[in-house]
Ligand binder design. Sequence first.
Ligand SMILES: *Cc1c(COP(=O)(O)O)cnc(C)c1O
Length: 406
Amino acid sequence: MSAAEKTTLHSSTLAVRQAVERSQYGENSEALYLTSGYVQPSAEAAAARFSGEEEGFTYGRYGNPTVASFEQRLAAMEGTEAAMSTASGMSAILMMCMGLLQVGDHVVCSQSMFGSTIKLIGSDLAKFGVQSSFVPQTDVDAWRAAVRPNTKLLFAETPTNPLTEVCDIAALADIAHAAGALLAVDNCFATPALQRPAELGADIIMHSGTKFLDGQGRVMAGALCASQQLMTEKFLPVLKSAGMTLAPFNAWTVLKGLETLDIRMRAQSAQALALAQWLEQHPAVDRVYYPGLSSHPQHALALRQQNGLGGAVLSFVVKADTPELGRARAFHVLNQMQVLSLSTNLGDTKTLVAHPATTSHGRLTEVQRQAAGVAQGLIRMSVGLEHLDDIHNDLLRGLNTLASVK
Ligand SMILES: *Cc1c(COP(=O)(O)O)cnc(C)c1O
């Protein structure tokens, strides 16, 4: 497909048709190229490829045809000029920070970001002289107030885990650009099927391909989507020297996952909305967090920003008078499940259910945990594709006998 043809195609078409470079065999499904090296047609071509004057693969750490297909398809779906993939979501964030920041630079992040992101930017990069501020996710004024003369990057994640807080991407893009900084958005939870941050002014979109892009819990992967200039000048040099390269097999798996992303995200969002509405009515449930509910504080913003859909992740709190009882009752619900998976991962066709207070947020002190809003009675669900009745029944076993836990 030429570039002109591509622009006339819809996103769902690009998800199955973009970047299908067929070999001489004419295979219909994307080929998987398992190779670490490449044979060069001539010494002159090798020299031109290594110097960057000519396109062509030179070494597996720098590029691979299957990996390139995944990158081109993801970029088309996010609406950016280019994408570069990495071995995991966290290594995509590392590549971004190594490419953009140096000692003395400052980053503003939400305090509700993925735990490893807070650790990487707040602690690991601090060792190399990178400063950071963490602000309340939904408080636009706090983001603006945190900007300093040396701020180079604002990094947001929306919706967040586990409370599904939504921030205003367009407003944060304005703050970043007014300060001469860039805005990066972690788009793991919404995916380009629901939310395209580039259209709202974000400069960099970061992905953990491990989650919904693969969508079936098989491989680790990560990516950054941005302009060709950022890729060439900032990120490619880091990838080449630091080597957080995505393996071809993993790239192929996620590439095929992208083909069903749109249909999965629509179906799983519809299931999550129905489940959230049902949980909100259940007498044993204290509170439900889900952007698709009208009770969600950023409901209108979420629908506007996320293509009218709430996503596949929701959380709820079981009723209890004390934190100890909340934990015991949440454990009871999890231990009664026979169908759903007790797992801290997310973004699978299988429904995954977790207790954040003792797993993903288990290293926080009780005070930090309460500030983060992660109650002991909180249960997080990444809603999959099982029949809704079966999901209800699996939860009801525990919810209907909660009073027996004292
Ligand atoms: C999982 C996750 C990451 C990290 O991705 P890995 O592939 O596990 O390295 C980053 N951000 C969010 C929101 C995630 O859910």
